[in-house]
Design a protein around this ligand. Structure first.
Ligand code: C5P
Length: 244
């Protein structure tokens, strides 16, 4: 089934990897009117915080707050409550924090929603960072087996905890959907349109390929933010998704 323009745009999460609100706002002004998701990570959030997130929501954007919470359950519960009150549409926690920690995040969401009129954010788990190599996993972190084994183990744990989905490489989507069901969502960085610079990403797919794998959302940063025309780049990715 073909995606509409709105559906295609809503699958694209533009990574606002900027040091301050002013720099991010220049990009947002260029993309005005395109109904994409905006991803706010720790660099921008630690600098410009809740006010910036609120301004994105006022402009009507979906917001993924990528803060990768990882702490004791009670602290994550509190953090989840605070970001829910900001009105974000999605945020994430590390699956490595364990099932009780992920469940505490959901409890924090529910407690913050009670009587608030806010809509419920999706809670997504980080499995293994894409920067984690086989030797980092085995020799430094001390987890045996392949990176894919570890990703699937964490995806199943996140699913059992009741989370919405996981962040993963597009090459892992098929195995995650097979293990956790097609409704379990995947959010995939490592997306590069044909001909775009790889930068530091290694296991990549084009937007069309990632969509065909079944990815639900794709996080795209530099192919849009560092393009000569970010707007033209985003429009061409939307077109690729509609045609895929
Ligand atoms: O510029 P680029 O498209 O590589 O940006 C990818 C975005 O996705 C960045 O914000 C990066 O922090 C994020 N990300 C990633 N790999 C992960 C998790 C998040 O590249 N495993």
């Amino acid at each position: 089934m073909k995606l509409t323009r709105e559906q295609a745009a809503a699958k694209i999460m533009v990574a606002l990897d900027y040091p301050d609100a002013q720099s991010a706002e220049r990009l947002i002004a260029e993309l005005e009117g395109i109904p994409c998701y905006m991803k706010v990570g720790m660099q921008l959030f630690y600098a410009s915080g809740p006010k910036f997130v609120e301004s994105l929501k006022q402009k009507g954007y979906y917001v993924f707050l990528d803060l990768k919470m990882h702490d004791i359950p009670n602290t994550v519960k509190g953090g989840a409550g605070s970001v829910t009150k900001l009105g974000v549409d999605m945020f994430n926690v590390h699956a490595a924090g364990g099932k009780a920690m992920m469940e505490a995040a959901l409890e924090g969401v529910e407690a913050a929603l009670a009587g608030s009129g806010l809509s419920k954010p999706s809670v997504i788990a980080v499995t293994q960072l894409t920067s984690t190599s086989q030797s980092t996993l085995n020799d430094e972190i001390g987890i045996a087996g392949t990176v894919e084994d570890a990703v699937l183990h964490y995806a199943k744990l996140a699913s059992a905890a009741g989370l919405t989905g996981v962040v993963a490489s597009p090459v892992e989507v098929e195995a995650i959907k097979a293990a956790c069901g097609t409704a379990f969502q995947t959010v995939t960085p490592g997306i590069r349109p044909a001909g775009a610079a790889l930068n530091d990403q290694t296991r990549i797919m084009t937007p069309g390929e990632a969509l065909r794998q079944g990815t639900d959302y794709m996080v795209i940063g530099r192919p849009i933010t560092a393009a000569p025309s970010p707007r033209a780049s985003l429009e061409s990715i939307i077109k690729e998704l509609i045609e895929a």
